[in-house]
Design a binder for this molecule. Structure first.
Ligand code: KIV
Ligand code: ZN
Length: 516
């Protein structure tokens, strides 16, 4: 069985998804979960791109011990130096340095000749090798690169010290057959290839990212780059859970495995979905809500007689529980804490207290508290809250089919002062948002609003995801509450608070730049 290294880029390429902006605490929480899942390498960000990325990569590098941490870097001396500053305290630091190698990228984007690109790539790898024990080099747009040129530049960067060679299908253009040919060509035509691990990184524009990753593995790739739920730029990246489960279920065919703790997959997927606001489609392979639902009579009958008639993956393999009731109204703090620990909670005492209060409040309204409920409360209390510039204190909505919906809100302002406002709207949510806009005193454009329930049942928690444009920046936000209107208000305030945080980071970067 070949061991395939998993390189997770949810926090870098995944975070490049439109509308996704994770804050520092959320990135750290995702990194801890990736470590629990057992990924070999976590690409924590692009340290030279912003002060915010630098700070979160540094914190992740200081915290995570069992996975290697890496950061993306252009082939620029100052990028490489900044990346080292962010990663030097990591247990196993590595850099991911890249340059484009396809004719179209070299001519139009880089405005460099192929010789200049080789020179630049070699210089970058040599510079990186002075500080980093592991240097990964990527040929951006490799799948549209001329193969003899690709083989030549790979040979030179390996001679310069690169230990991992990544060949991305940057634009999601290639096919499983072609990517297999590319990996085979490189294996057969780069004389020093035995001194490096080959890696594959695929985008999903034509819906072939996972198939391409598997074809690359069959043709020599020893590392696969992917994101949780397949999130990423445009149509996204190859999905981690699909690759890991395909290799596991079809070991007979691929004779390769990732060694991931597969029962952590569902939790990882839910965490990333909640924190990014990117909802997992019901029919998504492995982690979708319907992935294990047998609807037709013939299928149900078959499964009852023998599960294997229609079920090739068991829900238990990837940690899908039957969402059983775990706690109730009379559960005490001790049982509550134990359950949270079991679910991977490692927040502070203050966060534990906050979650316990929210749990008691929910238990008053909802009979059975499930793992999904606890997970939603926990996410909200530990990582969900942006630094609260604006805080909701009270909300009252007056709605009837024959009157004009009116909301009255009491809010704490960033100055510490408490104000009360009221406004009407054509519906309750609009009335709330019109009121909030008055308090916030600036136009807030609502770009997207989505609502879903945490569990089945009419007493479920509500989760609202919004995207707003405020003060020139687009930000997502989310809110969880027992009531949909309260969740709507919380999501909106969360998005505004997150925008203010980002503004503050940007301002900090302007006054104390990283020279990128
Ligand atoms: O898709 C791509 O080419 C990338 C590289 C920077 C590795 O993400
Ligand atoms: Zn990419």
């Amino acid at each position: 069985m070949r061991k395939i290294n998993v390189f997770d880029t949810t926090l870098r390429d995944g975070e490049q998804s439109a509308g996704v902006n994770l804050n520092f605490q959320e990135k750290l929480e995702i990194a801890k979960q990736l470590e629990r899942l057992g990924v070999d390498i976590i690409e924590a960000g692009f340290p030279a791109s912003s002060q915010g990325d630098f700070a979160s990569v540094k914190a992740i590098a200081q915290t995570i011990k069992s996975s290697s941490i890496t950061g993306l870097s252009r082939s620029l001396e100052r990028d490489i130096e900044t990346t080292w500053e962010a990663l030097k305290e990591s247990a196993e630091p590595r850099i991911h340095v890249f340059i484009a190698t396809s004719p179209i990228h070299m001519e139009y984007k880089l405005k460099m000749t192929p010789e200049q690109v080789i020179e630049n790539a070699v210089a970058a790898v040599k510079k990186a090798k002075k500080t980093f024990p592991e240097v990964q080099w990527s040929a951006e747009d490799a799948s549209r690169t001329e193969l003899p040129f690709l083989a030549r530049i790979i040979r030179e960067v390996i001679d310069a010290g690169a230990t991992v060679i990544n060949l991305p299908d940057t634009v999601g253009y290639t096919t499983p057959y072609e990517i297999g040919q590319m990996f085979r060509y490189v294996t057969e035509n780069v004389p020093n290839i035995d001194r490096a691990i080959l890696s594959t990184h695929n985008h999903d524009d034509l819906g072939m990212a996972v198939a391409n990753s598997l074809a690359a593995i069959q043709n020599g790739a020893g590392q696969v780059e992917c994101t949780v739920n397949g999130i990423g730029e445009r149509a996204g990246n190859a999905s981690l859970e699909e690759i890991a489960v395909a290799l596991n279920i079809r070991q007979d065919h691929y004779k390769a495995d990732t060694g991931l703790t597969l029962k952590e997959i569902k939790r990882t997927s839910s965490l990333v979905s909640k924190l990014t606001g990117m909802v997992v489609p019901n029919n998504k392979a492995v982690v979708g809500a319907n992935a294990f639902a047998h609807e037709s009579g013939i299928h149900q009958d078959g499964v009852l007689k023998n599960k294997e008639t229609y079920e090739i993956i068991t829900p238990e393999l990837v940690g899908v529980s039957s969402n059983r009731m775990v706690l109730g109204k009379h559960s005490g703090r001790h049982a509550f804490k134990e359950k949270l620990m079991e679910l991977g909670f490692n927040g502070t005492d203050e966060q534990l207290q906050k979650t316990f209060v929210a749990f008691k409040d929910l238990a008053d309204k909802k009979k059975d508290i499930t793992e999904e409920d606890l997970f939603a409360l926990m996410t909200e209390a530990t990582v969900g809250a942006a630094v609260a510039h604006y805080e909701l204190e009270t909300l009252q909505v007056n709605y009837g089919t024959t009157n004009i919906p009116t909301a009255t809100i009491t809010m704490k302002l960033p100055t510490g002062e408490t104000v009360q406002e009221a406004a009407t709207g054509s519906g309750s949510v609009e009335a709330i948002y019109n009121t909030l806009e008055r308090v916030i005193d600036e136009e807030v454009l609502l770009m997207d609003y989505r609502i879903q329930s945490t569990t089945a049942g009419r007493d479920s928690l509500a989760e609202v995801y919004v995207t707003v444009k405020y003060d020139g920046l687009e930000s997502s936000g989310r809110g969880t509450a027992h009531d949909v209107l309260e969740a709507s208000a919380k999501a909106y305030i969360n998005a505004v608070n997150r925008t203010i945080n980002r503004k503050q980071f940007n301002e900090q970067q302007r006054t104390n730049p990283l020279n990128v």
